[in-house]
Each structure stands twice: as C-alpha cells, then as structure tokens.
Design a binder for this molecule. Sequence first.
Ligand SMILES: NC(=O)c1ccc[n+]([C@@H]2O[C@H](COP(=O)([O-])OP(=O)(O)OC[C@H]3O[C@@H](n4cnc5c(N)ncnc54)[C@H](OP(=O)(O)O)[C@@H]3O)[C@@H](O)[C@H]2O)c1
Length: 253
Amino acid sequence: MITGASSGLGLELAKQFAQNGYDLAVSGSSERIFEAAETIRSFGVEAYPHQADASEYDGVESFWTFVKDLNRPVEAAVLNVGIGLGGAFAETELEEELRLISINISGTVHTAKRVVQHMVPNGRGKIMVVSSIAATLPTPYETVYGPSKAFGFLFAESLREELRGTGVTVTALLPGPTDTNFHDNAGMGSSEIGSSSKNDKQLVAKQGFEALMNDIDHVIGGDEATKQEAEENKRTPETEKAARHAKRARPEN
Ligand SMILES: NC(=O)c1ccc[n+]([C@@H]2O[C@H](COP(=O)([O-])OP(=O)(O)OC[C@H]3O[C@@H](n4cnc5c(N)ncnc54)[C@H](OP(=O)(O)O)[C@@H]3O)[C@@H](O)[C@H]2O)c1
C-alpha cells in the first residue's frame, strides 16, 4: 500500500513496486488516483485505488478499511502522503499549517498504527516513511514543514528499533528537492528552491525502494550533491543552516 500515489514520488514508488511484481493499494484525494491505478496496471500487476482525504481522521481510516477489506496480508506500506507550505510564518494561515500537521504527522502516525498492528502479528512487513532532507536542518519560510519531516524521520528510526526482532522493518526516505508538483503545490514556485533544478523522481524512488528491500534504516534520496549536502548538514551549526535555507526558501517578489 502507498499513500498519496496519484502523482509525484508516490506514483514513482508505486512503479518500483509494480516492476517488482507487487499488487498495490493506492490512495489520493483526487480522481487522479484512478488514472494512477491504470498506469500501475500497465506493469502487469493489480492496482486498487481509493480516493480519500488524508487530512481527515475518517479519510485515513477509510483507506485502511479499504486495504483490510482486500483480505490480503500487507507486505509493504509506504507512508508517503505529505504536503508543503511556503511563506512567512507571520503571514501564512493557521488553518493551512494545521492541515499540514494533520497530513504529515497525525496521518502518518494513524496509518502506521494500523499497519504495525496488522504486520506484527503476521511476523513480517516493510514500512517506509517518506521524510525529507528538510529533516536535517531548520527550514525558515517552511517553518512547519521541515519540523513535520523531522518528526517522520525520528518516528521511523524509533519505530524501527522498537520493532527489531518482530519481522517488521522500518526505513525512512529523505529526498532532496525532487521534480514533482510539490513546490508549486506548497506555493514555493517563486523561491530559489522551487525554481531551481531538482532531483529525478525516478532515481529517488529507486533509491527508496532499494533501501526498503535491503532493510536500511534511512537513505538520502537524490544525486551525489544532495547526499553530500546531507552529510555536511551533520556538521553545520543550526544557525548557519537556517540562514542558508532562509535565502533559498524566501518567496521572491
Ligand atoms: N518533491 C520534493 O522536493 C520532496 C522532497 C522531500 C520530501 N518530499 C516528500 O515526498 C512526499 C510526496 O511528495 P511529492 O513530491 O510527490 O508531492 P506531490 O507531487 O505534491 O504529490 C503529493 C501526493 O499526495 C497526494 N495528496 C495530497 N494531498 C492529499 C490529501 N489531503 N489526501 C490524500 N492524498 C493527498 C496527491 O494526490 P491527490 O492530488 O490525488 O490528492 C499526490 O499523489 C511528501 O511526503 C513530501 O513531503 C518531497
């Protein structure tokens, strides 16, 4: 199962699974999820699309009910759905930030709870949490987004250790900026990050899929420069990273 698979990284991850023979249950909030299912089926596997809003408790629960009603053990679960939000915190709408938290944090915990309680008794399963390189630095002008991804990263690493020995593994994928609709959807199209060249989503998805299959705790998604940046972030003071990110993420007028 993959959440948020109508387009972007979720759909690319779905293609990776499909190429490797997995049938897939996929969710999205728009009707595009049905087109995504057609794309997935073209790889010769079955696809089960479900349309629901991941910002709402009932939407998250309805996808899990849909998956459970397929009456098949879930071999792998990718908790991918996530949204961004750019702009100055003093100006952005609280409602949008709370929606981001609902999708990126509450929805991830909610889905993980259902998946873990399904997989542990089965004694097997693989869980991927799609975090971000944003988890490795302060993210001014995306002041709620970055911390929501830091939550996902440390949630995945925590859960992984707790589930050691159960047969259930957890992997975090931390992509660098990637060529999806993400930045436009986040209202960041005019920022330096939003308008500069990005990582290939197919590469990022392949790296994530391979890390999941090889039981790696986390992987940076992207090219060498992205991986190097993540390494440097470990040694760079938070204040310095914050100042650098502010320049890149600030909306240009
Ligand atoms: N792209 C990047 O630069 C980047 C970098 C690091 C991490 N990430 C992470 O990667 C993940 C996927 O992002 P992306 O780049 O693929 O973004 P995207 O192109 O905007 O795709 C978002 C996906 O989530 C679905 N979605 C959005 N809101 C939803 C909702 N309320 N309920 C259910 N589904 C919803 C969308 O389908 P519908 O349109 O059908 O709702 C779509 O399939 C996110 O967790 C993001 O934080 C992205």
